[in-house]
Design a protein around this ligand. Sequence first.
Ligand code: NAD
Ligand code: GLY
Length: 346
Amino acid sequence: MASRICVTLPADSVQYDIQIADGVLQSLPSIVGQCRAVIITNPTLLTHYQERLRQLLPDATCITMQDGEQHKNLETVAHLYEGCFAAGLDRAGKVIAFGGGVVGDTAGYVAATFMRGIAFIQVPTSLLSMVDSSVGGKVGVDHPQGKNLIGAFKQPDTVLIDPTVLKTLPDREWRCGMAEVIKHGFLADPELLNLALWGKSQAAELVTRAVQVKVDVVQQDPYEATIRAHLNLGHTFGHAIEKVSEFAWPHGEAVGVGLVCAAHLSYRLNLCSASLVDTVTQVVQQVGLPTRIGDLDPQAINTAMSTDKKRKSGKLRFVVLHGVGQPAMVDDVPQATVLDVLRSLQ
Ligand code: NAD
Ligand code: GLY
């Protein structure tokens, strides 16, 4: 199965393709063309794909950043700028992100800022980056104050998704990607929650369907003035959990339990039925993601949420669910209610 989804943002005169197909990596040389290019990736990916990348783009310079969320920071960005200068990259050059969401977000920030912005190609290699982070133009890095606090909007020029690279993705990372898939399912496409349909052999169909949910939202609200905020379902809790765990909890696992927290919060605010809480919990559990916060300190998570950028006018904002396909925003939630939710999920 091969599909092509076109993202159109008329107000910005931006249009780009997301190509999803087994083997689509072969088109990388024609997309890059004759210009100078750097590939930003990490040593884990190079273990599997160094030779392939060399064959595809023999003239490109490969620059590596260390693997892991703890390296998604401005120090790494500075290191990558040095690599871009050393490679002789100029304003006509291209940055190619080859990796998961950490590489994509960091490389995207480099592309957005190097010489005030140069062309950017996303080649996501984790399920999470295929269904979510490579699409929509949010790029950036973490700050000691919190996740993704330094960043920009930089739409890619092309997104190339080759599901065959998922063969080397560890199972734990597949499960992390499923967190964003089911988030999209609860937001807008219940068919994504029918987990019996979605094994690794259906990856191309799964990614196409999940990406479509994100594209539909981003096209309506590219700068998160309104409904794009719904894509943060589970993320106010999730980002705080990542931070408090000092990134021992990967993003996808934190979002998984964050979805459960968001469902409990919705119920406590009398916005949804108890059966919705059960459904969210069951789906998260079925995927193999955590449904409880374990030994993380609820008070510490609550405090960490106070630096989340999803605050508005000093108040924390949460995405809640009235039902499947019925998200909404609330920003007057008492801290005590949030703390109760976290304590109930220890
Ligand atoms: P990641 O980038 O850390 O990748 C997870 C692990 O899988 C890493 O060790 C990576 O090296 C490895 N890996 C990736 N592809 C592989 C492959 N094909 N074979 C073998 N190993 C592979 O994590 P992630 O889950 O991809 O992304 C999480 C990041 O994405 C977080 O920083 C999160 O904040 C960000 N994110 C951004 C957006 C956005 O809109 N920009 C949306 C969602 C998440
Ligand atoms: N992951 C949230 C967004 O892209 O808006």
